[in-house]
Ligand binder design. Structure first.
Ligand code: D41
Length: 688
């Protein structure tokens, strides 16, 4: 018997690889590269070869299986070079001790200094994986597992768009293990979780858990719908060993081959440089598009890494310097309901005090009843509390395993805790509201706080505590009465002297000169935030015309929908509100008449008309709000997110992801000096 010619065997192999890949792209990624007809042609060619050479037919041939079948279990995958773990430093002292140990050990090897300093990078809070590239082809991907053996997740890893299936460039090693972190960007996580919640599906406590859960789906089609990302942070095996001799240069090489590496990576000459990096990244932590829990310092020079070696499965040449955790568990002691300006009842968790995100937290929001029910939060539970940056601390989930037997469910009160009026939840709304309106002391209090706020009437010195005092002492009941305050009774308040009383009166006086947009925002009309208030002021430069407008007219304004239009219309139909507005005007509240509706303004009346700007980072000479207001006065729009339509991004100190996005889209970037020049050169022309 003659042996099989090699040619059909090779072609069959080639076709099967191609068909499997196209099947995967079609069924899992929803991103086919070829037409159905082209796919059929490949399949028919394979069938013809298998018919002509039945000895080549195997049960796993794509002619025998249909499309794509989910896995039954993950296969174990042994790492060629073990994946080590990282030591942690929780303080500067511990980072110093690490640096000292490094130098001591190197001295024993006759090395006086770090020849290439430290490579430094953020420590992403994700999931470590190892990608095996054979001659530049991604052939296997595995989770870290116990460091020796992980789980094979190749099909899932292939759904991550930023991970190349084939390395770019040339001269790839025969075998290369790329180590890195799979993670989910903050924005993608928020969107993903919101969508899951809306569909009544499981929500995740944080982006890390979402990333881990997504990667461990047996059906890669599910992984494909999760917005995962990846950064490479090192290599395991490399055969032949032809990589550069420093960590930073290796990451550069990986980037050359098309692998994503963290743009925040850097090098530091010594420990002082590392600590400065820790501070700088820490200051931008909340602005970064991904979660981090620390930064990593790595001895940069590879032969020095080798001299240092590793101990108990962690290298002696690297350390993670951690930041304060933004999530902690604690006990839920009670839930109380807080009444807001619009009567909305917010469930607030009373917690056993816990140190999280750099502060001690004993209250956290539970948002609304829907959220509370979805998370199935009960009194006595151990809960996860999150505090990140400026955001209000929130309860993000329950540790069900630790639920005590008598944990108590929470129900919505039927009466307002402050005024005993009935609590109403409108159909289709998550929010329950007190129906007491302005008879409810809580709603009145919150309305006054809102009116006085910086972005509203900007009454300097009238903070929350003072508002509460004024109400308790019966000095004011509604916002108009603020302008009837007198020196004597004010001076008599606790913690107030004649001087601060006079300061408040002066601030009240100054607040009388405002803008129509601020005034409308200050009134606290439901669903009318700053942006809507600005829109209204633009369309109705005259308050009386706005007050007369019908729901239909209001809806003509772009971006004003039926619900907002209803709220605005309703607000101006209430005699109580009309009375307050009248009294405010009598008290002397006024604003400059803006030019008439934009359509009537001359084309060049507003020099920045039609231009859209994004502000990011910290400015020195003014706040971002002030810069935004100055731009808007000149006719520009100011947006929160960078898009192709953005005219320019104005970047202050420590600008983050918006700056990178602008760079990626090739949008002009202005620094503060350029902004000041722009504002100088575009002073609004005189009003008509
Ligand atoms: O960003 C990370 N999470 C990260 C993790 C990083 N930037 N560098 C890392 N370097 C290492 C060594 C030094 C051991 C190669 C790591 C990890 N390890 C790591 N991640 C999970 C376990 C170990």
């Amino acid at each position: 018997m003659s042996t099989m010619p090699d040619e059909p065997r090779q072609r069959v192999q080639q076709l099967r690889t191609q068909i499997n890949e196209h099947n995967y792209r079609y069924h899992v990624l929803d991103a086919p590269l070829i037409s159905d007809a082209q796919f059929d042609a490949l399949l028919r060619e394979l069938q013809a070869l298998e018919t002509a050479h039945p000895e080549l037919l195997t049960p796993d041939s794509p002619t025998q299986t249909a499309g794509f079948a989910p896995l039954k279990a993950f296969a174990p995958a042994v790492h060629r070079v073990p994946m080590l773990s990282l030591e942690n430093a929780f303080s500067e002292a511990e980072a110093e001790a690490f640096d000292r140990r490094v130098h001591e050990r190197l001295r024993k090897h006759g090395e006086a200094t770090l020849r290439a300093g430290y490579a430094v990078e953020p420590k992403l809070d994700g999931l470590a994986v190892s990608l095996l590239y054979a001659h530049g082809e991604l052939v296997r991907a595995a989770t870290r597992g116990d460091g020796q053996t992980g789980e094979e997740v190749t099909q899932n890893i292939r759904t991550i768009r930023v991970i190349p299936w084939r390395l770019s460039g040339a001269q790839h090693p025969a075998h290369l293990e790329v180590r890195g972190e799979v993670y989910m960007e903050k924005a993608a996580f928020a969107q993903f979780n919101a969508q899951a919640a809306a569909q009544g599906e499981r929500v995740f406590v944080n982006a890390r858990n979402a990333a881990a859960g997504s990667l461990r789906q047996l059906d890669a089609r599910l992984t494909a719908r999760r917005p995962l990302s990846f950064f490479a942070y090192g290599v395991g095996a490399c055969e032949p060993a032809l990589l550069p001799d420093t960590h930073s240069a290796i990451l550069e090489q990986l980037a050359q081959w098309g692998l994503p590496v963290c743009p925040e990576r850097a090098t530091a000459a010594d420990l002082a440089g590392c600590l400065a990096y820790y501070q700088a990244i820490g200051a931008r932590r909340d602005a970064l598009p991904y979660e981090i829990d620390g930064v990593v310092y790595k001895v940069n020079q590879l032969d020095q890494q080798q001299q240092l070696g590793s101990a108990s499965r962690a290298p002696r040449w690297a350390i993670a310097h951690k930041y304060a955790a933004q999530e902690q568990t604690t006990t839920l002691l009670d839930v109380q309901f807080q009444v807001g300006r619009t009567g909305a009842l917010t469930p607030v968790a009373r917690l056993a005090p816990v140190f999280v995100g750099g502060a001690t937290v004993s209250n956290a929001t539970l948002h609304n009843m829907d959220e509370l029910r979805r998370k199935d939060v009960r009194i006595g539970d151990t809960v996860w509390v999150r505090r990140a940056g400026e955001v209000i601390p929130e309860v993000v989930g329950v540790v069900l395993e630790q639920r005590p037997p008598h944990a108590q469910t929470i129900s919505l009160p039927t009466q307002c805790p402050e005024c005993q009026a009935e609590v109403i939840t409108l159909p289709g709304e998550a929010v329950a509201r007190c129906s007491g309106g302005l008879y409810c002391p809580a709603q009145r209090r919150e309305a006054i706080k809102h009116f006085a706020a910086r972005r509203a009437m900007d009454i300097e010195g009238l903070g929350d505590k003072l508002v509460e005092q004024l109400l308790e002492q019966g000095l004011v009941r509604t916002v108009d009465e603020l302008y009837q305050l007198h020196l004597a009774p004010l001076s008599a308040l606790a913690r107030m002297g004649p001087k601060s009383a006079q300061n408040l009166l002066d601030a009240l006086d100054r607040s009388k000169h405002t803008t129509l947009a601020r005034f409308l925002f200050a009134l606290g009309i439901r669903e009318v935030g700053e942006a809507t208030a600005r829109l209204l002021a633009q369309h109705y430069p005259d308050l009386d015309t706005l007050m007369q407008a019908s729901v239909e007219e209001l809806q003509q304004i772009p971006d004003i929908g039926p619900v907002v239009a209803q709220h605005i219309h309703q607000f101006f139909r209430q005699p109580h509100h009309l009375q307050i507005i009248e009294r405010l005007r009598q008290a002397g509240i006024h604003w400059d008449q803006a030019p008439a509706a934009p359509a009537l303004a001359a084309a060049n009346a507003l020099p920045l008309q039609g231009q859209s700007y994004v502000l990011t980072g910290t400015l020195q000479s003014m706040t971002r709000e002030q810069a935004g207001e100055a731009l808007r006065q000149r006719g520009a729009t100011v947006s929160n997110s960078v898009s192709k339509k953005t005219h320019a991004v104005i970047a202050g100190e420590a600008a983050g992801s918006k700056l990178s996005k602008a760079e990626a889209l090739g949008i002009p970037i202005l620094d503060e000096a350029a902004l000041l020049a722009l504002l100088q050169n575009s002073v609004s022309s005189p009003r008509q």
